[in-house]
Design a protein around this ligand. Structure first.
Ligand code: SF4
Ligand code: SF4
Length: 214
C-alpha cells in the first residue's frame, strides 16, 4: 500500500539498497506471527505475487477472491490484498501460527519490516522502526532477506509496476471510464493466468506493452 508520511517519523532515518545490512533478522519469526494479524487491507498483491501464488498452490487467482483475497480501491484503481479472517489473522496463517504459503508468500511479507520509498525515479529501502515486535534483531543483507530470485530484475519490475499504477490513477482522475478500465486492468494483469514465475517478467512486459498500446 502506498502511504504519504514523513519517513523520519517511522524509520531509523536511513535509506538502504539491497546490498546493505539492516537489523531485520528475527530468528525465523520463532513463536511470533504478529505481522500476519490485524493488517487490514495493507498486504497488497502485484502481478508477480499473483503469478507466484497461483503457480505454487496450483489454483487460479480467481479462486482466491472467494475467501483469501479482497479488492480495494487506491485513488481509483482496484488493487487486490490479502484478507484477514478469524481473529483478524491472515487467511493463510495456519493453526500452528505459521504461513501456509511460505514459499509463495507475497512480496510485502518478504519485505517486512522494511518498506520502500520512491524518489528520484527509483526507490530505496527503509526500516520501519517499531513494526517488528522482536527485540535483539540481527543484521541481514536486504538481498538475502527478500528471498527473491533475480533480484535486480524483480526490483526493475517493482519500479515499473509502481509507475504504471501511478499512470492508471492519473488516467482515472482525468475522467476516464473507471469501471471499464479497472475490469480490463484486473483481467490483463491479475486474472489471466501466467505460465510460471520463471517466465513472468517477459510475460509481464508483453502485457504492459499491450496495455500501453491501447
Ligand atoms: S513481527 Fe517480526 S518476528 Fe513477528 S512475525 Fe513479523 S517479522 Fe516475524
Ligand atoms: S501470506 Fe503468510 S507471511 Fe504473509 S501475512 Fe499471510 S500468513 Fe503472514
Amino acid at each position: 500500500m502506498i502511504r504519504e508520511c514523513n519517513l523520519e517519523d517511522i524509520s531509523d532515518g536511513k535509506r538502504y539498497t539491497s546490498a546493505d545490512l539492516v537489523k531485520v533478522g528475527c530468528n525465523d519469526c520463532e513463536g511470533c506471527h504478529a505481522c500476519c494479524t490485524g493488517m487490514g487491507d495493507t498486504i497488497c498483491l502485484d502481478p508477480y505475487d499473483v503469478c507466484r501464488l497461483s503457480f505454487g498452490t496450483n489454483r487460479p487467482f480467481a479462486s482466491f477472491l472467494e475467501k483469501e483475497v479482497g479488492l480495494h480501491v487506491e485513488e481509483g484503481v482496484i488493487i487486490p490484498h490479502l484478507l484477514m479472517g478469524d481473529g483478524e489473522a491472515c487467511s493463510f496463517l495456519n493453526g500452528e501460527g505459521r504461513c501456509s504459503i511460505h514459499p509463495w508468500r507475497p512480496g510485502i511479507c518478504r519485505l517486512f519490516p522494511l518498506g520502500r520509498v520512491y524518489e528520484d525515479e527509483g526507490f530505496s529501502y527503509f526500516l520501519q522502526a517499531d513494526e517488528c515486535v522482536k527485540t535483539n534483531r540481527t543484521k541481514e543483507k536486504i538481498k538475502n532477506w527478500l528471498d527473491t530470485p533475480e533480484l535486480k530484475r524483480y526490483e526493475a519490475f517493482i519500479l515499473t509496476w509502481h509507475n504504471h499504477i501511478k499512470e492508471v490513477q492519473h488516467t482515472l482522475q482525468n475522467g476516464a471510464d473507471a469501471q471499464k478500465i479497472n475490469m480490463e486492468h484486473l483481467q490483463l494483469f491479475y486474472l489471466m493466468p501466467y505460465a510460471s514465475p520463471e517466465a513472468f517478467y517477459e510475460e509481464f512486459e508483453t502485457r504492459l506493452a499491450q496495455w500501453n498500446s491501447k
